[in-house]
Write a new protein. Structure first.
Length: 276
């Protein structure tokens, strides 16, 4: 029997860091308000007191505690929530929900993952699984190899050709990753990338530096209603971090054919991943 949702634990994003914007605090705040409007009791954990979402009128109960599984387990024991929402806490929230699931804590206390499922988070965050899934959907991705050691990364880069992009799995804003123009740079970046990754994995990927960068904001609910909120065009090309670039919405230089192609792809991907 599915447990009725009357109390929800929301995981905040913790400290604001470079590469992780204030949008997570904003999104988490809106989640608290929306759930309260529906009559759901909201329990919030966030280690950062300098946020809107930790104001006492945003959630019914606020825990200013370290964002680690053992602390969250104690809160689950104390509060007995029906569901947990981690997808609005940025990379911190996603990683914590994954860890809680792997440790068996969510099953042990019968806490339901709300929004995007564990399987969908894993598919989107695991670089190798995501690449294979895009191939299955028929969507093009840069040539790449998932690696778990420096030597594997060196071998992959030799197959692809320099420069290559190093992307650690389960990290936010490119932390631990970078672009390598030669083997020496590759070994240095891969070493830090493997340490930064929660699953000790990096993706060695063909570089697209200099390409045009377009983003689509897409939303989907559990009934498979999906819409593109907007599309955005970065003034700077690929190679300049989105967070450091001026962005124009909607895009100004796409033909209608290109716009519709990318729109259709974004809807196919969000539905394929079952993001909710």
């Amino acid at each position: 029997m599915v447990r009725k949702i009357s109390k929800v634990l929301i995981i905040g994003s913790g400290p604001i860091v470079i590469g992780q914007g204030a949008e997570f605090d904003y999104a988490g705040t809106q989640a608290c308000k929306s759930l309260k409007e529906e009559g759901v009791e909201v329990v919030l954990i966030n280690s950062n007191p300098a946020t809107i979402m930790t104001d006492l009128d945003i959630a019914d109960k606020v825990y200013l505690e370290p964002l680690v599984p053992e602390v969250i387990e104690k809160i689950i024991i104390e509060e007995n929530p029906d569901g947990i929402l981690g997808t609005l806490g940025g990379q911190t929230g996603l990683n914590l929900v994954m860890e809680l699931d792997e440790l068996g804590i969510l099953d042990k206390y019968n806490v339901r993952v709300l929004g995007t499922s564990i399987q969908s988070i894993k598919m989107a965050e695991d670089r190798e699984e995501f690449r294979l899934f895009m191939n299955k959907l028929g969507e093009p991705v840069p040539k790449s190899y998932a690696c778990s050691s420096v030597q594997e990364s060196v071998d992959a880069a030799e197959k692809i050709g320099y420069p290559v992009v190093i992307r650690p799995a389960y990290t936010l804003g490119g932390s631990g990753g970078g672009v390598a123009a030669n083997r020496e740079m590759l070994e240095t970046i891969t070493y830090s990338g493997l340490k930064a990754s929660r699953v000790n994995q990096v993706l060695i990927e063909e570089s697209l530096i200099g390409w045009k960068e377009i983003e689509y904001e897409v939303m989907r609910d559990s009934y498979d209603n999906a819409i593109t909120i907007c599309n955005m065009e970065n003034i700077d090309p690929m190679g300049v971090h989105t967070g450091d670039s001026i962005v124009v919405a909607p895009s100004q230089t796409l033909t209608d054919k290109d716009y519709q192609m990318l729109r259709s792809a974004s809807l196919k991907i969000i539905r394929g991943l079952s993001i909710e």
